[in-house]
Design a protein around this ligand. Structure first.
Ligand code: HEC
Ligand code: HEC
Ligand code: HEC
Ligand code: HEC
Ligand code: HEC
Length: 173
């Protein structure tokens, strides 16, 4: 199913690995017939938030709606199976059905994207580096508590350096 991991992808995974985002080699199959290719879109310099604005703004969708895709893909799909699947959805006016993101945390963990992106000024790829080279849908693991501790250090001196505290009740509300 999945191509062997290339050298640069391994380096990227190691960099992302500090935060425990390990790619899993199982991918059950695309519910909407679209094997979404992050790498093709990131090469075209498209911002993460053109498709994932909802992680920053709760009034928006976290995963892209049909109109987000068709806003750019208006032309005839040609021979590309993903573009053909998208054109079928557009003809039916049906929303793509994306799988539940595998990065999602259980209810007892509180996480705020604006706090990390707007306030702490972190790039998306610090925590989601594995999407950069992903040519098919990223099936990642959610971050472990240990991965959060890469920044939220238990030792006050290192916590001071990153401004990220280690307070049980901040993350478990
Ligand atoms: C901001 C513009 C933009 C948006 C939004 C966008 N795309 Fe694309 N897409 C591109 C560009 C640019 C490429 C690369 C050139 C090409 O193949 O057309 C591409 C490539 C593709 C390809 C071919 C890549 C491959 O695997 O070979 C598919 C399929 C595709 N997009 C589907 C989608 C879907 C589904 C969505 C919505 C989730 C979407 N696109 C949203 C611009 C966009
Ligand atoms: C053109 C639209 C588009 C762009 C740009 C885009 N994504 Fe995505 N992303 C998607 C779609 C569609 C999915 C759902 C794919 C699926 O699961 O089949 C997704 C899924 C994800 C997921 C969930 C992965 C999981 O484990 O389930 C993460 C995290 C993510 N994207 C992060 C990013 C980041 C970070 C960027 C920028 C570096 C980015 N995306 C850019 C369309 C996009
Ligand atoms: C400090 C680490 C970190 C940064 C930086 C970060 N994320 Fe996330 N991301 C997470 C965690 C943790 C989750 C799971 C959150 C949850 O379940 O509530 C997540 C979930 C997601 C999801 C899945 C959304 C869903 O429906 O559950 C997407 C898409 C995503 N992030 C995209 C982004 C984008 C785009 C950016 C940059 C604007 C970004 N992330 C920056 C850690 C991060
Ligand atoms: C790349 C570094 C980094 C990672 C990884 C990270 N955080 Fe943070 N986090 C920060 C920083 C820096 C702040 C402080 C932002 C500010 O100044 O308010 C913060 C703030 C927070 C806050 C606000 C309360 C507080 O203690 O300051 C919560 C809650 C939080 N993070 C949860 C998480 C969770 C849950 C994870 C793992 C899923 C995580 N973080 C991973 C850097 C990180
Ligand atoms: C920076 C955020 C953060 C802080 C601080 C934090 N946790 Fe966690 N904790 C997490 C995340 C993320 C998970 C992993 C969720 C998962 O993968 O199931 C977790 C998991 C756990 C679990 C496992 C729950 C289960 O489902 O098995 C326990 C118990 C727990 N934490 C207790 C604590 C205690 C006690 C403290 C304070 C000493 C603490 N945590 C501080 C983020 C944090």
């Amino acid at each position: 199913m999945r191509a062997p991991v290339s050298g640069p992808a391994v380096l990227g995974a190691l960099a992302a690995g500090l935060f425990g985002a390990v790619a899993v080699a199982t991918w059950a199959g695309p519910p909407s017939g679209i094997r979404f290719n992050h790498a093709a879109h990131l090469r075209a310099k498209i911002d993460c938030t053109s498709c994932h604005l909802g992680v920053m703004d709760p009034a928006e969708a976290r995963l892209p709606l049909l109109e987000t895709c068709t806003g750019c893909h208006k032309d005839a799909p040609g021979a590309n199976p993903g573009k053909q699947a998208l054109a079928r959805l557009a003809a039916e006016g049906a929303e793509p059905r994306w799988p539940v993101p595998s990065v999602r945390q259980p209810d007892h963990v509180f996480f705020s994207h604006p706090r990390h992106v707007d306030v702490a000024k972190l790039e998306c790829t610090v925590c989601h580096g594995e999407v950069v080279n992903a040519t098919e849908p990223p099936r990642t693991r959610r971050m472990s508590m240990y991965a959060c501790e890469g920044c939220h250090a238990r030792h006050p001196e290192s916590a001071g350096a990153t401004r990220a505290r280690f307070d049980c009740l901040e993350c478990h509300r």
